[in-house]
Design a protein around this ligand. Structure first.
Ligand SMILES: C[S@@+](CC[C@H](N)C(=O)[O-])C[C@H]1O[C@@H](n2cnc3c(N)ncnc32)[C@H](O)[C@@H]1O
Length: 212
């Protein structure tokens, strides 16, 4: 956690409350041992989707559909979420969540390893790309995100602080090093204008502007 418990509780009370489909999706994710985004991260995803009037969003790592439902709630009602998941059981949970949230017809669920599915998606077509699958692969997802985002689109990534491990140079496991490298790569990329938000487990947000 990037904040103390009392502040986290306050942030959750302040933020948009979960409705029943979200609450159920979070409960099923917990039961299935799927690490869903924190509720305050979900509310932030919804804020970004609403702010950009997103019509076309890619999510890498559907999980049990919790983050996808938050995103869908902020997107343009004519919009569509393309969400990638490697585990058929998790994908089935996610599809149940989208259906319960009344959003089933606004989601394209793609099954497979993200690095095999991402090349199938169209260039410069997406308002938001949200990363939440294999942390050690974030840098590889980034290569695809640059191609997929329209100019002015938003890159979002969860776990950018990884419970404090990213900031601790003594932690050198593959996921932590992957996240550290990802954060540095985004920060140093002149086409990405980034900020790191201490919300939930840390959210990296960057605007894609490829103009010279
Ligand atoms: C952190 S969970 C996603 C949680 C979800 N975003 C949410 O907040 O509700 C990560 C998900 O990525 C999936 N995953 C793991 N490796 C993957 C891969 N190589 N390609 C696509 N999905 C993968 C896992 O099965 C898991 O469901």
């Amino acid at each position: 956690m990037a904040t103390d418990e009392r502040t986290t509780a306050y942030l959750r009370r302040f933020g948009e409350a979960e409705d029943e489909p979200l609450r159920a999706a979070r409960a099923r994710s917990e039961e299935a041992d799927i690490p869903a985004v924190a509720p305050e991260t979900g509310a932030l995803l919804r804020f970004f989707a609403r702010m950009t009037r997103a019509r076309s969003v890619v999510e890498v790592g559907s999980g049990g559909g919790y983050s996808g439902l938050w995103l869908l709630g902020g997107m343009d009602p004519r919009g569509a979420l393309t969400t990638i998941e490697i585990d058929p059981g998790n994908q089935a949970l996610a599809q149940r969540a989208y259906a319960e949230g009344g959003k089933g017809t606004h989601v394209r669920c793609m099954l497979g390893p993200a690095l095999s599915v991402l090349p199938k998606l169209a260039d410069a077509n997406y308002d938001i790309v949200f990363l939440d699958a294999v942390k050690a692969e974030y840098v590889d997802y980034l290569t695809h995100a640059r191609r997929l985002l329209r100019p002015g689109g938003l890159l979002l990534a969860d776990n950018a602080l990884w419970s404090g491990r990213v900031a601790d140079a003594d932690v050198t496991d593959a996921d932590t090093v992957g996240l550290r490298t990802f954060n540095d790569t985004v920060r140093d990329d002149p086409s990405l204008h980034a900020t790191l938000l201490p919300v939930g487990d840390g959210v990296l947000a960057a605007v894609y502007d490829p103009s010279p």
